[in-house]
Design a protein around this ligand. Structure first.
Ligand code: FUB
Length: 440
């Protein structure tokens, strides 16, 4: 389930600004749909600029299609607690949009000369809104960028300070930007040597160790997978290298991503339809770690429920967002299929079935109790072990049957300190459904 609460200081600052704090695994945000995440680090804080899917309603967008009328920005310093800074731009606030187009698709944001430039596609054009802070307020320019028709802008500021605008229109295009960041400073180049079919949208470009990575979704066999090409300069030439993430098993047609280094680790931000299994135009952003090989090639990323970041032992740990599970006896289901934003539960049905949840921070040590929020028709016994499925026993918890959802506490037999992986194991043949566990 979605959990509330965050550090008092952050809360007191952002209450004034109307911001929410959302502790997250994957997907990162539970209370709204978020797609096309572009992650950027400003002033040591990770900001994510996604697009915002909403369900169509009469007079508001087209049924069975993307409906996107505004943007939020989210930030985090630990990639677990996310702050929603609220709406930073709406379609009705853009002077050059003649109509409510509901197509505020994948955006980007970069900083230069002390300003923040937010690039967004709408109505087949690309606009820029400018702010003094990463979370706005953003003021849109009077006109879209002259000479550009397309979607999904991405801006790379190279080491020499030159900015490049990439975007899509059934191919990927690039042009230099002037120092003012709102006008082109070169001809537009259609980037050659890329797939000739299925290249619809979503380029993202970054540089690492002198290698320029042009990454993009590529539709193959009915859905997009993430691929990349590399080159020695921002405008190429680029050589196709391989797949970053396979197409989703969920059947979500789109994927859209960004790649960024933060505090020494690399991350892939992307999206899927976790909160809307039956409709892939209501998407949710996710993040997973990304690794490079020594030669600079990218290792394929397998999407996880667990995502990134460290979970505090004293907050509700959503073990259904697991790192791994036993081959049999564990499945995941919505807690309330009618209210999917309440999240998922782990359904354990076989003796010795286990759930592994990595990176739980016990701080200086926990010696009190563990609480398990569970539901069982039969009652059952749960073991909580540290670091391995046969690791030290932290607690045994007896779950009563036929009580409805109930939080049951048990005394800890270990006092774990620091960061550990957790294993939750069903010790008998009964059925137990677990929503969260928490260490007091
Ligand atoms: O979100 C609308 C469009 O779907 C984006 O612009 C594309 O990248 C795809 O995710």
């Amino acid at each position: 389930m979605k959990r509330f609460g965050c550090y008092l200081l952050i809360l007191s600052v952002f209450v004034l600004l109307g911001a929410d704090c959302i502790p997250a695994q994957n997907p990162l945000v539970m209370d709204q749909f978020t797609a096309d995440p572009t992650a950027r680090v400003f002033e040591g804080i990770m900001y994510v600029y996604p697009s915002h899917d909403i369900p169509a309603s009469p007079g508001r967008g087209r049924a069975n299609w993307f409906v996107m009328e505004d943007y939020h920005v989210f930030s985090s310093e630990n990639l677990t607690d996310w702050t929603d800074h609220g709406v930073i731009l709406t379609q009705t606030g853009v002077p050059w949009l003649q109509r409510e187009s509901f197509d505020m698709w994948a955006p980007d944001c970069v900083t230069k000369n002390g300003k923040y430039y937010f690039y967004f596609p709408a109505g087949g054009r690309i606009g820029v809104a400018i702010a003094d802070r990463p979370y706005g307020p953003f003021k849109p320019e009077e006109q879209p960028i002259t000479g550009v028709r397309g979607i999904d802008p991405c801006v790379l500021i190279d080491k020499d300070g030159t900015a490049y605008l990439y975007y899509s229109l059934n191919a990927i295009f690039v042009a230099k930007l002037k120092d003012n960041m709102v006008e082109l400073d070169s001809e537009v180049l259609r980037i050659p040597n890329l797939p000739t079919k299925g290249l619809v949208e979503g380029p993202f470009v970054f540089e690492r160790n002198g290698i320029y990575y042009l990454t993009y979704p590529h539709e193959v066999d009915g859905a997009e997978r993430l691929e990349y090409a590399t080159g020695g300069s921002p405008m190429g030439p680029f050589e196709q290298k391989g797949v970053i993430m396979d197409k989703s098993e969920s059947g979500c047609w789109t994927n859209h991503h960004s790649i960024f280094e933060y505090k020494g680790r690399w991350y892939l931000f992307y999206h899927d339809k976790d909160l809307s299994p039956d409709f892939d135009k209501n998407r949710s952003m996710k993040a997973d770690y990304l690794f490079f090989n020594e030669d600079g090639t990218i290792r394929k990323v397998v999407p996880t429920h667990r995502g990134v970041g460290i979970s505090s032992a004293s907050k509700e740990i959503q073990i259904d967002r697991y790192s791994a599970v036993s081959p049999e006896g564990v499945s995941v289901a919505f807690v309330d299929p009618g209210r999917k934003q309440k999240g998922w539960k782990a359904v354990m049905t076989e003796p010795d079935a286990w759930v592994q949840y990595n990176r739980v921070d016990f701080g200086a040590g926990k010696s009190g109790a563990v609480t398990v929020n569970a539901l069982s028709s039969t009652g059952g016994s749960i073991e909580i072990r540290i670091d391995r499925v046969d690791g030290p026993l932290a607690a045994q918890v007896e779950i009563a049957g036929n009580t409805g959802w109930k939080a049951t506490s048990a005394t800890l037999s270990q006092s774990p300190a620091g960061v550990h992986d957790l294993f939750v194991i069903l010790k008998d043949t009964k059925n137990v459904e677990i929503d969260w566990i928490k260490f007091e």
